[in-house]
Design a protein around this ligand. Sequence first.
Ligand SMILES: Cc1ncc(COP(=O)(O)O)c(C=O)c1O
Length: 417
Amino acid sequence: MSIFEKLESEVRSYSRGWPVVFDRALGSWLYTEDGKGYLDFFAGAGALNYGHNNPVLKKALLDYIARDGVIHALDMYTVAKRDFLEAFDQTILQPRSMDYKIVFPGPGGANAVEAALKLARKVTGRESVINFTNAFHGMTLGALSVTGNSMKRGGAGIPLVHATPMPYDHYFDGAYPDFLYLERLLKDSGSGLNEPAAVIVETVQGEGGINAARLDWLRGLSELCKRQGILLIVDDVQMGCGRTGAFFSFEDAGITPDIVCLSKSISGYGIPMALTLIRPELDVWEPGEHNGTFRGISPGFVTAAEALRTYWSDDDLEKSVRAKGERVAAGLGEIAENYPDAGLVTKGRGLARGLEFANGDLAGRVCRAAFERGLLMETSGPNGEVMKLLPALTTSDAEFTQGLEIIAESVEAVLGG
Ligand SMILES: Cc1ncc(COP(=O)(O)O)c(C=O)c1O
């Protein structure tokens, strides 16, 4: 392992919690070079909703490569891109009567966020954006400016400006009516709040600690944005593509954002790919005004189209995610009940689940104990106090049983006796 320590920057992080060398992966399992299997409840931080090396997607990819399909094409027209756009239109947009145009903003989630912020500012001519406490939107400067975490923000090295944080749902535990503060500031010409171009929000804050906003809160936010003429950006980079059940995590709230950011599992195979969906009236870009070399990654289009046709032509996956999510929530709830003095709190929606501990040390020790028992989970939250479960949506019932058993043992190892 010394080559990693010798050459790879100190910025590496996941490898520190899981100090083994992985080689193969299939479904919900990662295997080290020595052949030891780890049940993966991390799923590439939500980039592998359909599991590792999903055989249906792999076949489509291998066929495409075997016939020398174009791999790199900037934003040229390709058969692969056409096939993806048609599949997205037929399986996602049309059945939901959604009217969005698609920007290919670059390969990652932060690219989707940057494009969203840039476009919102261009359309409205305003600079300011409202973000939320404990939000995470990526590590580029624009995305960082609307991110909460102080350690990540500190890495910017320059002031992060033109964003105003507001309390996310549950921030004051119901002590104040929803949006009292934001609406008052917006209406008060003496408040000092710059008129915002947009509000950017996650429906469930993944990195922020699996904080699931109430659907009513999301509806309230959407109505407020409409009343005040502010664009609503939903960052569905981590919670989209079925993570909470429906394809888009905001569908349960019945809202229609002006702009939607998607990435992570949109390619379905772990291939970098991102989309920024925009209401057609917002499409005021000049040709090439937002550009980049990796905006048309054909292998991603191929696996994405196949994933959409395979998993989103009916509602089987959606139903199964909801059922499995309830099961995981119940399992975590039972664990929490076993330690009444530890104040454990279960969190989440669909298959984005969390168990909050009193502090980050405990959550970290539980995740380490799980790793020793062959289960991969990360922590999230401002102090790493939430044990975070983001399993592949295709994880089987037997694998959930196994994973929940390991979690129960790991919590016992840390909190028991
Ligand atoms: C909600 C959200 N937005 C944006 C990003 C940034 O995505 P990327 O790391 O691909 O730039 C993430 C990454 O975790 C995310 O969870």
